[in-house]
Design a protein around this ligand. Structure first.
Ligand SMILES: Cc1ncc(COP(=O)(O)O)c(C=O)c1O
Length: 403
Protein backbone atom coordinates (compact mmCIF):
# COMPACT_ATOMS: atom_id res chain seq x y z
CA UNK A 1 0.00 0.00 0.00
CA UNK A 2 1.23 3.53 -0.76
CA UNK A 3 2.52 5.46 2.24
CA UNK A 4 -0.07 8.12 1.42
CA UNK A 5 -3.06 5.83 0.91
CA UNK A 6 -4.42 6.86 4.32
CA UNK A 7 -4.70 10.49 3.29
CA UNK A 8 -6.47 9.76 -0.01
CA UNK A 9 -9.80 11.38 1.08
CA UNK A 10 -8.02 14.64 1.97
CA UNK A 11 -6.06 14.53 -1.25
CA UNK A 12 -9.34 14.06 -3.15
CA UNK A 13 -10.74 17.24 -1.54
CA UNK A 14 -7.59 19.12 -2.48
CA UNK A 15 -7.72 17.82 -6.07
CA UNK A 16 -11.37 18.87 -6.23
CA UNK A 17 -10.46 22.45 -5.21
CA UNK A 18 -7.78 22.56 -7.87
CA UNK A 19 -10.19 21.23 -10.49
CA UNK A 20 -12.33 24.29 -9.65
CA UNK A 21 -9.35 26.60 -10.27
CA UNK A 22 -8.63 27.29 -6.59
CA UNK A 23 -5.41 26.37 -4.80
CA UNK A 24 -5.79 28.08 -1.42
CA UNK A 25 -3.21 25.87 0.29
CA UNK A 26 -0.37 26.84 -2.03
CA UNK A 27 -0.59 30.57 -2.61
CA UNK A 28 2.90 31.82 -3.46
CA UNK A 29 3.38 35.57 -3.24
CA UNK A 30 5.64 37.41 -5.68
CA UNK A 31 6.25 39.83 -2.83
CA UNK A 32 4.79 40.88 0.53
CA UNK A 33 4.57 44.66 0.85
CA UNK A 34 2.97 45.39 4.22
CA UNK A 35 0.77 43.79 6.91
CA UNK A 36 -2.20 44.08 4.54
CA UNK A 37 -0.76 43.88 1.03
CA UNK A 38 1.04 41.28 -1.08
CA UNK A 39 1.67 40.87 -4.79
CA UNK A 40 0.46 37.92 -6.88
CA UNK A 41 1.06 37.72 -10.63
CA UNK A 42 1.99 41.39 -10.65
CA UNK A 43 -1.25 42.50 -8.93
CA UNK A 44 -1.60 43.86 -5.41
CA UNK A 45 -3.80 41.67 -3.20
CA UNK A 46 -5.34 42.79 0.10
CA UNK A 47 -4.46 40.35 2.89
CA UNK A 48 -7.43 39.55 5.12
CA UNK A 49 -6.64 36.06 6.33
CA UNK A 50 -3.28 36.33 8.03
CA UNK A 51 -4.14 36.92 11.75
CA UNK A 52 -1.89 39.97 11.76
CA UNK A 53 -4.24 41.51 14.32
CA UNK A 54 -2.20 44.56 15.31
CA UNK A 55 -0.32 44.86 12.02
CA UNK A 56 3.04 44.67 13.80
CA UNK A 57 4.94 42.60 11.21
CA UNK A 58 6.32 45.76 9.58
CA UNK A 59 6.31 48.00 12.65
CA UNK A 60 9.53 50.08 12.56
CA UNK A 61 10.29 49.40 16.24
CA UNK A 62 9.75 45.65 15.85
CA UNK A 63 11.81 45.43 12.67
CA UNK A 64 14.50 47.77 14.05
CA UNK A 65 14.90 45.73 17.24
CA UNK A 66 15.18 42.52 15.21
CA UNK A 67 17.85 44.03 12.92
CA UNK A 68 19.94 45.32 15.85
CA UNK A 69 19.82 41.95 17.54
CA UNK A 70 20.58 40.09 14.29
CA UNK A 71 23.74 42.15 13.89
CA UNK A 72 24.72 41.85 17.52
CA UNK A 73 23.89 38.20 18.25
CA UNK A 74 23.79 36.46 14.87
CA UNK A 75 21.25 34.61 12.77
CA UNK A 76 20.38 31.65 14.98
CA UNK A 77 21.07 29.79 18.21
CA UNK A 78 21.91 26.45 16.53
CA UNK A 79 20.34 24.50 19.37
CA UNK A 80 18.09 24.37 22.37
CA UNK A 81 18.48 26.38 25.52
CA UNK A 82 19.48 23.34 27.57
CA UNK A 83 22.35 22.64 25.15
CA UNK A 84 23.32 26.10 23.87
CA UNK A 85 22.26 28.43 26.64
CA UNK A 86 19.81 31.26 27.02
CA UNK A 87 20.45 34.49 25.12
CA UNK A 88 19.77 37.80 26.89
CA UNK A 89 16.75 38.32 24.58
CA UNK A 90 15.07 35.06 25.72
CA UNK A 91 15.50 35.92 29.39
CA UNK A 92 14.37 39.54 28.95
CA UNK A 93 11.22 38.53 27.06
CA UNK A 94 10.29 35.95 29.68
CA UNK A 95 10.77 38.48 32.49
CA UNK A 96 8.74 41.14 30.70
CA UNK A 97 5.93 38.73 29.78
CA UNK A 98 5.71 37.35 33.33
CA UNK A 99 5.56 40.92 34.69
CA UNK A 100 2.86 41.84 32.15
CA UNK A 101 0.67 38.97 33.37
CA UNK A 102 1.70 39.54 37.01
CA UNK A 103 2.71 35.89 37.25
CA UNK A 104 5.98 34.34 38.45
CA UNK A 105 6.60 32.09 35.44
CA UNK A 106 6.87 32.63 31.70
CA UNK A 107 8.46 30.23 29.27
CA UNK A 108 9.14 30.65 25.56
CA UNK A 109 8.67 27.89 22.97
CA UNK A 110 9.74 27.88 19.34
CA UNK A 111 6.08 28.03 18.16
CA UNK A 112 2.62 28.12 19.70
CA UNK A 113 2.06 24.64 18.31
CA UNK A 114 5.05 23.39 20.33
CA UNK A 115 3.82 25.25 23.42
CA UNK A 116 0.57 23.28 23.32
CA UNK A 117 2.33 20.00 22.57
CA UNK A 118 4.89 20.59 25.30
CA UNK A 119 2.64 21.87 28.06
CA UNK A 120 -0.24 19.43 27.63
CA UNK A 121 1.90 16.33 27.10
CA UNK A 122 4.06 17.24 30.12
CA UNK A 123 1.39 18.09 32.67
CA UNK A 124 -1.04 15.29 31.71
CA UNK A 125 0.44 11.91 32.65
CA UNK A 126 -0.94 8.37 32.22
CA UNK A 127 -3.19 8.61 35.31
CA UNK A 128 -4.70 11.95 34.30
CA UNK A 129 -7.58 13.07 32.10
CA UNK A 130 -7.39 15.85 29.50
CA UNK A 131 -10.82 17.38 28.83
CA UNK A 132 -10.76 19.34 25.59
CA UNK A 133 -13.36 21.45 23.76
CA UNK A 134 -14.55 19.78 20.54
CA UNK A 135 -13.52 22.86 18.49
CA UNK A 136 -9.93 22.83 19.75
CA UNK A 137 -7.03 23.73 17.47
CA UNK A 138 -5.02 20.96 15.78
CA UNK A 139 -2.10 21.53 18.17
CA UNK A 140 -4.35 20.68 21.14
CA UNK A 141 -5.58 17.52 19.42
CA UNK A 142 -2.00 16.56 18.56
CA UNK A 143 -0.91 17.21 22.14
CA UNK A 144 -3.54 14.67 23.20
CA UNK A 145 -1.89 12.18 20.82
CA UNK A 146 1.48 12.81 22.44
CA UNK A 147 0.21 12.70 26.01
CA UNK A 148 -0.39 9.37 27.72
CA UNK A 149 -3.51 10.74 29.44
CA UNK A 150 -7.10 9.67 28.93
CA UNK A 151 -8.78 12.10 26.51
CA UNK A 152 -12.35 13.35 26.93
CA UNK A 153 -13.91 15.73 24.39
CA UNK A 154 -16.78 17.97 25.50
CA UNK A 155 -19.32 19.84 23.37
CA UNK A 156 -18.04 23.19 22.13
CA UNK A 157 -18.33 25.86 24.84
CA UNK A 158 -20.75 23.70 26.84
CA UNK A 159 -20.02 23.96 30.58
CA UNK A 160 -23.03 21.69 31.07
CA UNK A 161 -21.56 18.88 28.96
CA UNK A 162 -18.19 19.36 30.66
CA UNK A 163 -19.86 19.12 34.06
CA UNK A 164 -21.59 15.88 33.04
CA UNK A 165 -18.34 14.34 31.88
CA UNK A 166 -16.52 15.35 35.05
CA UNK A 167 -19.36 13.84 37.11
CA UNK A 168 -18.68 10.53 35.36
CA UNK A 169 -15.03 10.80 36.39
CA UNK A 170 -15.88 11.04 40.09
CA UNK A 171 -13.63 8.64 41.97
CA UNK A 172 -10.91 8.97 39.34
CA UNK A 173 -7.83 9.83 41.37
CA UNK A 174 -5.64 11.45 38.71
CA UNK A 175 -5.69 15.13 37.73
CA UNK A 176 -8.44 16.44 35.50
CA UNK A 177 -7.14 19.13 33.17
CA UNK A 178 -9.57 21.24 31.12
CA UNK A 179 -8.31 22.95 27.96
CA UNK A 180 -10.17 25.83 26.29
CA UNK A 181 -9.35 28.65 23.91
CA UNK A 182 -9.81 32.41 24.37
CA UNK A 183 -11.18 33.03 20.88
CA UNK A 184 -11.86 29.94 18.78
CA UNK A 185 -10.05 30.06 15.48
CA UNK A 186 -12.78 28.76 13.17
CA UNK A 187 -15.91 30.68 14.21
CA UNK A 188 -14.27 33.54 16.12
CA UNK A 189 -16.36 33.03 19.25
CA UNK A 190 -15.01 33.53 22.77
CA UNK A 191 -14.42 30.62 25.15
CA UNK A 192 -17.15 30.31 27.82
CA UNK A 193 -14.59 31.02 30.52
CA UNK A 194 -16.89 32.11 33.37
CA UNK A 195 -19.11 29.04 33.13
CA UNK A 196 -16.16 26.71 32.65
CA UNK A 197 -14.30 28.13 35.65
CA UNK A 198 -17.37 27.41 37.80
CA UNK A 199 -17.28 23.76 36.64
CA UNK A 200 -13.51 23.56 37.12
CA UNK A 201 -13.86 24.76 40.72
CA UNK A 202 -16.77 22.44 41.45
CA UNK A 203 -14.71 19.42 40.40
CA UNK A 204 -11.27 20.55 41.61
CA UNK A 205 -9.89 20.43 38.06
CA UNK A 206 -7.07 22.42 36.45
CA UNK A 207 -7.63 24.86 33.57
CA UNK A 208 -5.37 25.68 30.63
CA UNK A 209 -6.40 28.53 28.31
CA UNK A 210 -4.92 28.83 24.82
CA UNK A 211 -4.99 32.57 24.07
CA UNK A 212 -3.45 32.37 20.58
CA UNK A 213 -6.17 34.55 19.04
CA UNK A 214 -7.00 36.84 21.95
CA UNK A 215 -3.66 37.93 23.42
CA UNK A 216 -3.24 41.60 22.47
CA UNK A 217 -6.84 41.57 21.24
CA UNK A 218 -9.12 41.21 24.29
CA UNK A 219 -8.94 42.83 27.73
CA UNK A 220 -8.25 46.40 28.79
CA UNK A 221 -4.50 45.83 28.64
CA UNK A 222 -4.51 43.19 25.92
CA UNK A 223 -4.00 40.25 28.30
CA UNK A 224 -6.74 38.31 26.55
CA UNK A 225 -9.99 36.67 27.56
CA UNK A 226 -8.69 35.93 31.06
CA UNK A 227 -8.42 39.68 31.63
CA UNK A 228 -11.67 40.57 29.86
CA UNK A 229 -13.69 38.33 32.19
CA UNK A 230 -11.62 39.28 35.28
CA UNK A 231 -10.29 35.75 35.77
CA UNK A 232 -6.55 36.11 35.32
CA UNK A 233 -5.97 34.03 38.44
CA UNK A 234 -8.37 31.23 37.44
CA UNK A 235 -6.29 29.84 34.57
CA UNK A 236 -3.54 27.57 35.86
CA UNK A 237 -1.57 27.87 32.63
CA UNK A 238 -2.03 30.34 29.78
CA UNK A 239 -0.65 29.49 26.35
CA UNK A 240 0.07 32.02 23.62
CA UNK A 241 1.76 32.55 20.30
CA UNK A 242 4.00 35.24 18.81
CA UNK A 243 2.57 34.54 15.36
CA UNK A 244 -0.61 36.61 15.58
CA UNK A 245 -0.86 39.88 17.53
CA UNK A 246 2.92 39.91 18.17
CA UNK A 247 3.62 39.66 14.43
CA UNK A 248 6.64 37.32 14.79
CA UNK A 249 7.01 33.56 15.35
CA UNK A 250 7.17 31.66 18.63
CA UNK A 251 5.03 30.48 21.50
CA UNK A 252 4.76 30.94 25.25
CA UNK A 253 3.24 29.68 28.46
CA UNK A 254 2.72 31.71 31.66
CA UNK A 255 1.64 30.34 35.00
CA UNK A 256 1.15 30.93 38.71
CA UNK A 257 1.77 27.25 39.53
CA UNK A 258 4.63 27.26 42.06
CA UNK A 259 6.54 24.35 40.50
CA UNK A 260 5.98 25.36 36.86
CA UNK A 261 9.73 25.78 36.26
CA UNK A 262 10.07 21.97 36.35
CA UNK A 263 8.86 22.23 32.74
CA UNK A 264 12.35 23.34 31.74
CA UNK A 265 13.88 19.98 32.61
CA UNK A 266 11.09 17.62 31.49
CA UNK A 267 9.22 19.22 28.59
CA UNK A 268 10.57 17.59 25.46
CA UNK A 269 9.22 20.06 22.82
CA UNK A 270 11.10 22.75 24.78
CA UNK A 271 14.27 20.79 25.51
CA UNK A 272 14.90 19.06 22.19
CA UNK A 273 14.36 21.70 19.55
CA UNK A 274 16.36 24.81 18.71
CA UNK A 275 15.41 27.96 20.58
CA UNK A 276 14.21 31.04 18.70
CA UNK A 277 16.83 33.27 17.06
CA UNK A 278 17.65 36.31 19.23
CA UNK A 279 16.43 38.62 16.45
CA UNK A 280 12.95 37.05 16.66
CA UNK A 281 12.98 37.44 20.44
CA UNK A 282 14.04 41.09 20.14
CA UNK A 283 11.25 41.74 17.61
CA UNK A 284 8.74 40.00 19.89
CA UNK A 285 9.92 42.13 22.84
CA UNK A 286 9.28 45.30 20.85
CA UNK A 287 5.87 43.93 19.82
CA UNK A 288 5.04 43.11 23.45
CA UNK A 289 5.96 46.66 24.34
CA UNK A 290 3.60 47.89 21.60
CA UNK A 291 0.75 45.82 23.06
CA UNK A 292 1.45 47.32 26.48
CA UNK A 293 1.84 50.92 25.44
CA UNK A 294 -0.29 51.44 22.31
CA UNK A 295 -3.92 50.66 23.18
CA UNK A 296 -4.89 52.69 20.08
CA UNK A 297 -3.88 49.65 17.98
CA UNK A 298 -6.41 47.45 19.79
CA UNK A 299 -9.09 50.14 19.50
CA UNK A 300 -8.49 50.39 15.74
CA UNK A 301 -8.59 46.61 15.37
CA UNK A 302 -12.02 46.51 17.04
CA UNK A 303 -13.37 49.42 15.00
CA UNK A 304 -12.31 47.56 11.85
CA UNK A 305 -13.74 44.23 13.02
CA UNK A 306 -17.14 45.71 13.90
CA UNK A 307 -17.23 47.70 10.64
CA UNK A 308 -16.63 44.61 8.48
CA UNK A 309 -18.90 42.33 10.50
CA UNK A 310 -21.79 44.82 10.31
CA UNK A 311 -21.24 45.34 6.57
CA UNK A 312 -21.30 41.62 5.84
CA UNK A 313 -24.28 40.97 8.12
CA UNK A 314 -26.18 43.72 6.34
CA UNK A 315 -25.35 42.16 2.97
CA UNK A 316 -27.10 38.99 4.20
CA UNK A 317 -24.15 36.68 4.96
CA UNK A 318 -24.41 34.09 7.73
CA UNK A 319 -21.58 34.96 10.11
CA UNK A 320 -19.99 33.52 13.24
CA UNK A 321 -21.93 34.21 16.45
CA UNK A 322 -19.80 37.07 17.84
CA UNK A 323 -18.24 40.25 16.51
CA UNK A 324 -14.51 39.59 16.89
CA UNK A 325 -11.48 40.06 14.59
CA UNK A 326 -12.08 36.53 13.21
CA UNK A 327 -15.11 36.79 10.96
CA UNK A 328 -16.37 33.42 9.77
CA UNK A 329 -18.60 33.57 6.68
CA UNK A 330 -20.63 30.39 6.25
CA UNK A 331 -21.28 29.33 2.65
CA UNK A 332 -24.06 26.90 1.69
CA UNK A 333 -21.83 24.20 0.20
CA UNK A 334 -18.24 23.14 -0.31
CA UNK A 335 -18.48 23.98 -4.04
CA UNK A 336 -19.85 27.48 -3.41
CA UNK A 337 -17.22 28.11 -0.73
CA UNK A 338 -14.41 27.13 -3.10
CA UNK A 339 -15.89 29.18 -5.93
CA UNK A 340 -16.39 32.21 -3.70
CA UNK A 341 -12.81 31.95 -2.38
CA UNK A 342 -11.53 31.84 -5.98
CA UNK A 343 -13.70 34.76 -7.11
CA UNK A 344 -12.59 36.84 -4.15
CA UNK A 345 -8.93 36.07 -4.80
CA UNK A 346 -9.36 36.99 -8.48
CA UNK A 347 -10.91 40.26 -7.27
CA UNK A 348 -7.74 40.94 -5.22
CA UNK A 349 -8.67 39.78 -1.69
CA UNK A 350 -7.03 36.95 0.22
CA UNK A 351 -8.99 35.18 2.98
CA UNK A 352 -8.88 31.60 4.32
CA UNK A 353 -10.95 28.77 2.96
CA UNK A 354 -11.90 26.25 5.67
CA UNK A 355 -13.72 23.03 4.88
CA UNK A 356 -14.57 19.74 6.61
CA UNK A 357 -12.98 18.03 8.46
CA UNK A 358 -11.27 21.17 9.81
CA UNK A 359 -14.53 23.03 10.56
CA UNK A 360 -17.13 22.59 13.32
CA UNK A 361 -19.96 20.41 12.07
CA UNK A 362 -18.22 20.09 8.68
CA UNK A 363 -19.56 23.47 7.49
CA UNK A 364 -17.87 25.38 4.65
CA UNK A 365 -16.32 28.69 5.64
CA UNK A 366 -14.46 31.68 4.41
CA UNK A 367 -12.51 32.91 7.39
CA UNK A 368 -11.52 36.56 7.45
CA UNK A 369 -9.09 37.99 9.97
CA UNK A 370 -9.17 41.73 10.46
CA UNK A 371 -6.10 43.84 11.29
CA UNK A 372 -5.61 47.22 12.92
CA UNK A 373 -3.54 47.99 9.83
CA UNK A 374 -6.50 47.65 7.45
CA UNK A 375 -7.73 50.91 5.96
CA UNK A 376 -11.53 51.37 5.84
CA UNK A 377 -11.38 51.35 2.00
CA UNK A 378 -9.77 47.89 2.05
CA UNK A 379 -12.53 46.51 4.27
CA UNK A 380 -15.25 48.26 2.27
CA UNK A 381 -13.71 46.84 -0.92
CA UNK A 382 -13.62 43.35 0.60
CA UNK A 383 -17.29 43.51 1.66
CA UNK A 384 -18.30 44.74 -1.80
CA UNK A 385 -16.24 42.12 -3.65
CA UNK A 386 -17.54 39.30 -1.45
CA UNK A 387 -21.12 40.43 -2.01
CA UNK A 388 -20.55 40.70 -5.75
CA UNK A 389 -18.95 37.25 -6.06
CA UNK A 390 -21.47 35.52 -3.79
CA UNK A 391 -24.33 37.16 -5.67
CA UNK A 392 -23.05 36.18 -9.10
CA UNK A 393 -22.37 32.52 -8.19
CA UNK A 394 -25.64 32.20 -6.27
CA UNK A 395 -24.06 31.61 -2.81
CA UNK A 396 -25.88 34.53 -1.24
CA UNK A 397 -29.26 33.69 -2.83
CA UNK A 398 -28.94 30.01 -1.79
CA UNK A 399 -28.16 31.06 1.74
CA UNK A 400 -31.05 33.57 1.93
CA UNK A 401 -33.48 31.02 0.45
CA UNK A 402 -32.44 28.52 3.14
CA UNK A 403 -33.52 30.93 5.95
C1 LIG B 1 -5.69 28.21 18.94
C2 LIG B 1 -4.32 28.07 18.40
N1 LIG B 1 -3.36 27.55 19.17
C3 LIG B 1 -2.10 27.40 18.73
C4 LIG B 1 -1.74 27.78 17.45
C5 LIG B 1 -0.33 27.56 16.98
O1 LIG B 1 0.38 28.76 16.94
P1 LIG B 1 1.73 28.90 16.13
O2 LIG B 1 1.40 29.50 14.81
O3 LIG B 1 2.57 29.80 16.96
O4 LIG B 1 2.34 27.55 16.00
C6 LIG B 1 -2.70 28.34 16.61
C7 LIG B 1 -2.31 28.74 15.25
O5 LIG B 1 -3.07 29.05 14.40
C8 LIG B 1 -4.02 28.47 17.08
O6 LIG B 1 -4.98 28.97 16.29
Amino acid sequence: MSLFQRVAPLKATYDFMRSMGADPLRVEWDDVLSPTQAVKNGRVVTLAGTHNYLGLTFDPQVVGAAIDSLQKHGAGTTGSRIANGTYPEHAAFERELADFFGMPHAMVFSTGFLANLGVLATVAGPDDVLLIDADSHASIYDACGLSKAQIVRFRHNSAEDLDKRLERLKGHTGNKIIVIEGIYSMLGDRGAMREIVAVKEKHGAYLIVDQAHCFGVLGENGLGLVEEVGMLDKADIIIGTFSKSLGCVGGFAVSNLPDFDAMRIVCRPYMFTASLPPSVMAGARAALNAIRTRPDLRAKLWRNAVFLYDNLAQAGFKLGPEKTPIIAVELPSRELAIDTWRGLFDAGFYVNLALAPATPGGISLLRISVSAAHQPEQLQGLAEALTRVATSNGALATRLAAE
